[in-house]
Design a binder for this molecule. Structure first.
Ligand SMILES: *Cc1c(COP(=O)(O)O)cnc(C)c1O
Length: 376
């Protein structure tokens, strides 16, 4: 059976990236690897839209999130964490693990934070850093980081963004939007296997980490990473093969052009949403991300049955909900190495699965919307 992976991480990987990673290993303290690292650093700056250094860690995305918390904050600081789903919650858990006092702005899942609510909290309290999420992958919502950035700048509060699933799918401009620290990971929009996290760090956040931060850290130290990066080097053995693969993936993004990559994701998202509505299903996210589409499960159907059947019978791996949403929504990602025919396949498999499970649909109603949206 031919299989496709339509999940919000890991995502599918282009053949040239896979082949690059299959090459014999090279040593990292060589000119050859330095050239790769230099290219990758440039490519990462381009996708983050920043002039800041971008540190590369061998970890999943969460490792990069942990690096943000333990480098930028101090034990006497106070953080504001915006929680609109599972990944906002992860910021909160990380702050708690490092015993950083937190203010929490809790938002119902499916909603996006209202930037004015953040202003109200910053007006009242001394907050050192605001933690938010570009695309909250558990609900499929994209936040207005540009507006949040303006407010944080007004109050001279650092802004730390999890753009792990949003990067390359939703518009994001680290420098123009006043973001101090931004984290992403390899297995999402960057079309790579899991295993790398990336953290872009502003001058202000780097100063904070080098001069003030007293939280414990070793491997994830920004100071160590920065010192090495200034010499186009890494403090420890880097994930050499992954970084070589990343250079090919970033080359693809540069060639397509970041604005075109984001426009492609936008088109895929619009086509997916149109087809879902045409099938009589309802969309979950109020401010939907380009990275994935979250769909309410219709009455009488179990998410796990739909999910298992789509994967096992039709070869299309989508995602269930997470946490409290596990059996309430399903999620179709259109993230990374995805084109319109992957969406057609997915919607076709969804139509057949819904029909198998006794939900009334007309075959082709969803698929034809994908084609129409694509031709629009
Ligand atoms: C995937 C993801 C993460 C990180 O997950 P890992 O499993 O640690 O790579 C964090 N935040 C968001 C928004 C994500 O989508």
């Amino acid at each position: 059976m031919k299989k496709i992976l339509m999940t919000p991480g890991p995502t599918m990987i282009p053949e040239d990236v896979l082949l690059e990673m299959a090459e014999p290993i090279i040593h990292h303290r060589t000119k050859e690897f330095q050239e790769v690292l230099k290219d990758v650093e440039e490519g990462l700056k381009y996708v983050f839209q920043t002039k800041n250094p971008v540190f590369i860690f061998a970890s999943s995305g969460t490792g990069g999130m942990e690096a943000c918390v333990c480098n930028v904050l101090s034990s006497t600081d106070r953080a504001l964490v915006i929680v609109a789903g599972k990944f906002g919650e992860r910021w909160l858990e990380l702050c708690k693990a490092y015993k950083v006092p937190c203010e929490v702005l809790d938002i119902p899942e499916g909603d996006a934070p209202d930037p004015e609510d953040i202003r109200k909290i910053l007006q009242k309290e001394k907050i050192n850093a605001v933690f938010s999420t570009l695309c909250e992958t558990s609900s499929g919502v994209v936040s207005d980081i540009e507006a949040i950035g303006k407010i944080c700048k007004e109050y001279e509060t650092m802004l730390i963004i999890d753009a792990i699933s949003g990067l390359c799918a939703d518009p994001f401009f680290m420098d123009d939007w006043n973001v101090d620290v931004c984290v992403s990971g390899s297995q999402k929009g960057l079309m790579m296997p899991p295993g790398l996290s990336f953290v872009a760090v502003s001058k202000k956040a780097l100063d904070e980490s080098e001069k003030k931060s007293d939280l414990p850290k070793y491997y994830f130290s920004f100071k160590k990473a920065n010192k090495a990066l200034e010499k186009t080097d890494t403090p420890f053995t880097p994930a050499i093969s992954l970084i070589k693969g990343l250079s090919v993936a970033l080359e693809r993004i540069k060639k397509e052009g970041l604005p075109n990559v984001i426009e492609r994701h936008n088109k895929l998202a619009q086509a997916t949403r149109a087809s879902i509505s045409a099938l009589g299903l309802s969309l979950f996210a109020k401010r939907p991300s380009n990275a994935l589409t979250s769909v309410r499960i219709p009455e009488g159907i179990e998410v796990s049955k739909l999910y298992n059947r789509m994967r096992d019978i039709y070869g299309v791996n989508i995602a269930k909900g997470q946490g409290e949403l596990e059996d309430k929504i399903f999620r179709i990602a259109h993230l990374g190495y995805v084109e319109i025919f992957d969406i057609i396949t997915t919607i076709s498999a969804l139509e057949m699965t819904l029909s198998d499970l006794g939900f009334s649909i007309n075959f082709g109603d969803g698929v034809s919307e994908v084609e129409k949206a694509f031709k629009r």
